[in-house]
Design a protein around this ligand. Structure first.
Ligand code: NAP
Ligand code: GLV
Length: 307
């Protein structure tokens, strides 16, 4: 029974230590050439290797991150469980990033940066946090974590998910019918949805029109959820006041793309939350123990839903 690690050697060394400490009975390998393919039960990877069929006894593919959209389209037999990463380090980093973004947009940072470039000293009327409505698309591990972290600022908080949720202090909407209600009452919209057939292109001109005049966007889901041209149009028309974008399609963003220089956009290169091996490794060894005890691993993907 072997755990095969398919990522960079620096992270691999940290995982190897964690396996030796926490799960010594499961041999750890970073070398697909040296490993006996029939012994491989667990694979940790970001993308599905082309030679997947050689691992005939594979039980679980662990994603190196929270997202599993990179596995879509790969021929993964139904008998293999797909598991996304859920652990506190990922949540904390996402909390930091989204708090940074919400506060930047709440306090008009894109406009002040543009003013600074032109040496303009001009005070913009400030909306109090208690009157600012923050709406989160996706109330999963990360959506809930960011809503919790935003609570002390006093923002009015709401969220949207596929199935109904009850969260303390958060107005929860669900399903196709709930989306319009959320949008109509959101000043800062945060996208934390997984990429699926339903969410691809969801951040569209139509969606932006349903937001109030002057609303802003934080996009930390996946690049293909956002219509880039629609965002530029919404910003240029003044309907949206700003955006902080961490994920794009394609990545990296090509030279000359409008996002690089648009004054309404704060752009980062898909860094909102990054897997930290020293935190991810114990989460994965604990998850293997769950699986070995006959329990579903945390983060088990529902193939029909796609996340
Ligand atoms: P998760 O726990 O699976 O939560 C997903 C949430 O989205 C759930 O609340 C789910 O609803 C909702 N949802 C999915 N499809 C929907 C639909 N069609 N309509 C309405 N709601 C829908 O995922 P997570 O761990 O929070 O991660 C979310 C995503 O963040 C990841 O998939 C990844 O793409 C992205 N991410 C980005 C970064 C970055 O650095 N930018 C880092 C990590 C993750 P239910 O509650 O009803 O199931
Ligand atoms: C990063 O984007 C992740 O999915 O963890």
């Amino acid at each position: 029974m072997t755990f095969l690690f398919n990522s960079d050697a620096r992270r691999g060394a940290i995982f190897a230590d964690a396996f030796a400490r926490d799960l010594p009975e499961v041999p750890f390998s970073m070398d697909p050439e040296a490993v006996n393919p029939d012994a491989v039960r667990y694979l940790l990877t970001w993308t599905v290797p082309e030679n997947l069929p050689r691992y005939r006894n594979l039980e679980i593919i662990f994603s190196m991150g929270a997202g599993v959209d990179q596995f879509q389209g790969a021929a993964i037999p139904e008998s293999i469980k797909i598991v996304r990463l859920i652990e506190d380090g990922l949540s904390r980093m996402m909390q930091e990033y989204v708090t940074l973004a919400v506060l930047a947009l709440h306090r008009n940072l894109p406009r002040y940066l543009a003013q600074q470039k032109r040496a303009v000293w001009h005070m913009i009327d400030q909306t109090p946090a208690g009157e600012r409505r923050v709406g989160v698309l996706g109330l999963g591990a990360l959506g809930q974590a960011v809503l919790e972290r935003l609570q002390p600022f006093g923002f009015l908080r709401a969220g949207w998910s596929r199935s109904p949720r009850l969260l303390d202090g958060v107005t929860c909407h669900s399903g196709a019918g709930g989306l319009d209600c959320l949008l109509a009452a959101t000043d800062i919209l945060i996208c934390l949805l997984p990429l699926t057939a339903e969410t691809r292109g969801i951040l569209s001109a139509d969606l932006f029109r349903k937001l109030p005049q002057g609303a802003a966007l934080v996009h930390v889901g996946r690049g293909p959820q956002l219509d880039h041209a629609a965002l530029i149009d919404a910003l240029d028309s003044g309907h949206l006041s700003g955006a902080m974008v961490d994920v794009t399609d394609p990545e990296p963003l090509p030279p000359g793309h409008a996002f690089w220089s648009h004054p309404g956009i704060l752009l980062t290169p898909h860094v909102a939350s990054m897997t930290q091996p020293q935190l991810a490794a114990p989460a994965i060894t604990a998850n293997i123990r769950r699986h070995q005890a006959g329990l579903d691993p945390l983060g088990l993907v529902d193939r029909r839903r796609g996340y």
